[in-house]
Design a protein around this ligand. Structure first.
Ligand code: 5CA
Length: 477
């Protein structure tokens, strides 16, 4: 086992590291024989379950969960012009039932607006039915033509959380957009993953939306990863699908809508932002195993040590910690390596000497070692977890801050985007965004940046010199 330690590529070679860690830490198996489609290992799935539980808990406060069909009839799918334009190259079609051709071809949902909204038209009658806030966690299919990558760019997105809300007015929907942005912020705070919120340029917004707000994180190689989007749909879809309600004075009105989605990119972010040369580093909130107890067995006191470890496990499990004792007949060093690779936040070592001293050796996944008091173990573990989480968050934030560079001239952009993202002033025109892209090779990702790492001051546009406002320029996944 230990011999393998050297073979996880260094994280500085991010692409190699990422590919390798997914199987070494048993997250995804990429050997499934369909391009862009991968398999969750049980350990990866346990991580997924914990991550999505955080998301569900946040949503369940004022959304209801639902489940809509995977198949969408062609005539519904083709109703909203912008939406079709955005997705037509990405849709998988089911055209046959057995050997007979279907009368109505069926799309595998690339997202579910056109599955959900015809039903919303039936369900919504009056202003009393609003707001309506539903979500589902489903698989969606997109025939991606860009380079596919596990957890990042999938043809079967297995963990698509999509929320679809309906409101009486445009302003109500706008408020919902803000709430959703807040919700995503909280979600990523829990994962200790720093995000930059910005507004996508119009040509990059969701097909059929008024505007799109995105959350991006910066990956170790400096490229950005869009890990959540919130869309104000205005009344585009309600006009198409005839989603109307009777207002207080008895008039029929078109509803206003939002939708917002998160995929397993959230897990790619956790893996990539926190992991290191030794493997995964997982925030306690989502780690499948939070505490790994390693008995140090020497000489005659084996039974005593094992009993001690079992009692420790029982106590921590009782306190709600996902705890395991590693009793395998392998050397402690091999166990350390094994649990480090899987990102376990805290390892507890107990041997005869610790028993005699009334202590337990606590080693967190960042390598901090402390002898803690056995009798107060639950409080000690809680304190250790909080400290670890805070360190993880601070470390991730510092790394992100390092990757953001202000660039006041076009020539400064290439160096800035090699390290991460450039913050430039931009006048808002597509022409200037195109020039930036042409001259620097990096894209204009967003404006109206909301991030404590970015200064809010405007200035002359880096392309045309006209009045500009801060915008993000970078290379994205
Ligand atoms: N209906 C809306 C909101 S649910 C929608 O589909 N929005 S989206 O197209 O922007 O997707 C939501 C999020 O899913 C994106 O922000 C991105 O983080 C993630 N995502 C999109 N395509 C893929 C893909 N092929 N693989 C993995 N994640 C993806």
């Amino acid at each position: 086992m230990e011999d393998e330690a050297g073979s996880l590529p260094a994280k500085s070679d991010f692409s190699a590291w990422y590919n390798d860690i997914l199987w070494r830490a048993e997250i995804m198996d990429v050997r499934y024989p369909v391009k862009g489609i991968y398999v969750w290992f049980p350990h990866g799935f346990a991580l997924r379950r914990n991550v999505y539980q955080r998301l569900r808990d946040l949503l369940d406060a004022d959304h209801q969960e639902t489940l809509f069909p995977l198949l969408i009839p062609k005539h519904e799918f083709m109703k909203e012009a912008e939406h079709i334009k955005g997705f037509e190259e990405e849709v998988y079609w089911v055209t046959h039932g057995g050997t007979s051709e279907l009368d109505v071809p069926l799309a595998l949902r690339p997202t579910s607006e056109t599955a959900i909204y015809p039903m919303y038209a039936l369900w919504i009658r009056s202003h009393a039915d609003l707001p309506l806030k539903l979500y589902q966690v489903v698989n969606t299919f997109r025939y991606e033509t860009k380079h596919t990558r596990p957890l990042i760019r999938l043809r079967e997105i297995t963990s698509f959380k999509e929320a679809h809300t309906v409101h009486a007015t445009w302003e109500d929907a706008e408020r919902q957009v803000e709430e959703a942005v807040g919700l995503y912020r909280t979600f990523y705070e829990q994962l200790c993953v720093p995000v930059i919120i910005s507004r996508r340029p119009d040509w990059d917004k969701f097909p059929g939306a008024d505007y799109t707000i995105a959350a991006d994180t910066i990956m170790p190689d400096g490229r950005t990863l869009q890990i959540g989007t919130v869309h104000h749909l205005g009344d585009h879809f309600s006009r198409t699908f005839d989603i109307t309600y009777e207002d207080a004075s008895g008039e029929q009105q078109f509803a206003h809508q939002t939708c917002y989605g998160i995929s397993e990119r959230s897990i790619a972010a956790v893996v990539s932002v926190h992991g290191d040369d030794r493997g995964l580093v997982l925030p306690p909130a989502v780690a499948p195993v939070q505490v790994a107890i390693v008995p140090i067995i020497v000489g005659k006191r084996e039974e005593e040590v094992l009993a001690h470890a079992a009692a420790l496990e029982a106590e921590l499990k009782g306190a709600g910690y996902r705890t395991t004792v590693d009793t395998r007949a392998i050397r402690p060093g091999a166990k350390y390596y094994y649990w480090e690779m899987r990102g376990v936040p805290l390892r507890l070592e107990v041997g005869p000497r610790d028993i005699d001293a009334g202590t337990v050796m606590a080693v967190n996944r960042l390598g901090d070692k402390t002898a803690v008091n056995r009798t107060a173990i639950v409080e000690e573990v809680q304190a250790q977890m909080e400290q670890f989480r805070d360190r993880l968050r601070t470390r991730a934030e510092e790394e992100m801050a390092h990757k953001i560079t202000a660039a006041s001239a076009m020539e400064e952009i290439p160096a800035a985007v090699r390290a991460g993202v450039a913050v430039v002033n931009w006048c808002g025109s597509e022409e200037c965004a195109e020039r930036i892209e042409k001259e620097t090779g990096a894209a204009l990702l967003g404006s109206d940046i909301r991030s404590r790492y970015v200064e809010k001051k405007g200035g002359p546009c880096v392309a045309c010199g006209g009045a500009g406002r801060p915008a993000l320029v970078g290379r994205s996944y």
